[in-house]
Design a protein around this ligand. Structure first.
Ligand SMILES: CC(C)(COP(=O)(O)OP(=O)(O)OC[C@H]1O[C@@H](n2cnc3c(N)ncnc32)[C@H](O)[C@@H]1OP(=O)(O)O)[C@@H](O)C(=O)NCCC(=O)NCCS
Length: 302
């Protein structure tokens, strides 16, 4: 394609047309020139595709995450995506990032995506988690044990996560040792969304003034609630806390009119996978593998 041109992605570049090519959870995501970057491919006046990366910090180092890459159907297999990603990687390197990574959900695009990453020298992607999806009405219609709404023991311990005190937050942040949530490597941090959690459905449980369980959520696009961090401390497991906690969030989600539920579970978290497969077998829309891929970026010596 002789007239193929690449230009950097910016706020204006991420036009409505490009946003339509994004999955629903990213459509409303803000593009901020400070953290976001990428490339657009055009042929004459036609936009063929684009790639969008974002900067984040982990363990004190800057890294980038590839949010999305898309190429129009009719222009696929012309190495357009390969070039878009190559340029985005170069930007990440120039910004001093030590790594670029991406998540790839199982779909018919997975083989092409793996092929492009391999060609660009990424490490072999590996199975990282499973993505579960269901609708909230599907859940209440098909999970008879959740009906009718009834009192569960321990419901009285539930509190809105928004009421977590600064002292409790600090103590969750600092806690160490065998009973800490940090010991369980497959767990998502209760502080992962910081203060940007969905306030009505994110809940904790307090027993004897200790925060012993939580279920913390965030909006995922406009129609879905992402169940982000769901945890019961080891000494309180198998005592019936988890179900009332989840049910309370589901009930509140239904009252808010958010139709879809989505959550990711680490592939090594066998206990949670067994529980979810059992609890939601009658109402799941899908359970798809999600792969993680990364490339370490060589930094120029200073
Ligand atoms: C994935 C996507 C970006 C690829 O764009 P593209 O411009 O066609 O990519 P490229 O031409 O650079 O490379 C595609 C490679 O995948 C290969 N490929 C395509 N379909 C394949 C399949 N089913 N099995 C194996 N390889 C496949 C192509 O043969 C090509 O490799 P080759 O050049 O060695 O033959 C495009 O299909 C797309 O926009 N999909 C929808 C959005 C999406 O799913 N994005 C991924 C988000 S993680």
């Amino acid at each position: 394609m002789v007239n193929l041109q690449f230009s950097p992605l910016d706020q204006e570049g991420l036009s409505q047309q490009l946003r339509l090519w994004l999955p629903s959870n990213l459509r409303e995501k803000e593009f901020n020139l400070e953290h976001d970057f990428g490339w657009v491919a055009r042929l004459d006046s036609e936009t063929l595709g684009f790639c969008w990366g974002s900067e984040y910090r982990y363990r004190g180092k800057k890294r980038s995450f590839l949010n999305w890459v898309h190429v129009q159907d009719s222009y696929r297999c012309n190495e357009v995506a390969t070039e878009l990603i190559r340029r985005t990687e170069k930007d990440a390197l120039d910004r001093g990032h030590i790594q670029i990574s991406a998540s790839v959900e199982q779909s018919h695009h997975k083989p092409a995506t793996f092929r492009i990453l391999q060609r660009n020298g990424w490490e072999q992607p590996y199975l990282f988690s499973y993505c579960y999806r269901m609708t909230i009405t599907g859940f209440f219609e098909n999970a008879p044990w959740a009906h009718p709404v009834r009192e569960y023991p321990y419901q009285k311990y539930i509190f809105p996560w928004a009421e977590l005190s600064a002292k409790e937050r600090k103590s969750l942040e600092d806690e160490e040792g065998p009973d800490s949530w940090k010991e369980d490597f497959s767990q998502v941090s209760p502080l992962t969304f910081n203060l940007n959690f969905e306030p009505h459905t994110s809940l904790g449980m307090r027993i004897y003034n200790q925060v012993v369980a939580w279920n913390i959520n965030q909006m995922y696009g406009v129609d879905a609630l992402l169940y982000g961090a769901f945890f019961v401390r080891k000494q309180y497991r198998r005592s019936g806390l988890a179900i009332p906690l989840l049910l309370e969030s589901f009930t509140r989600q239904r009252a808010l009119g958010i139709p879809d539920c989505i959550w990711f579970t680490h592939e090594a978290n066998k206990g949670a996978i067994l529980l979810y497969d059992k609890m939601f077998s009658s109402c799941l829309l899908s359970r798809t593998p999600v792969y993680q891929a990364a490339k370490q970026l060589l930094q120029k010596s200073i």
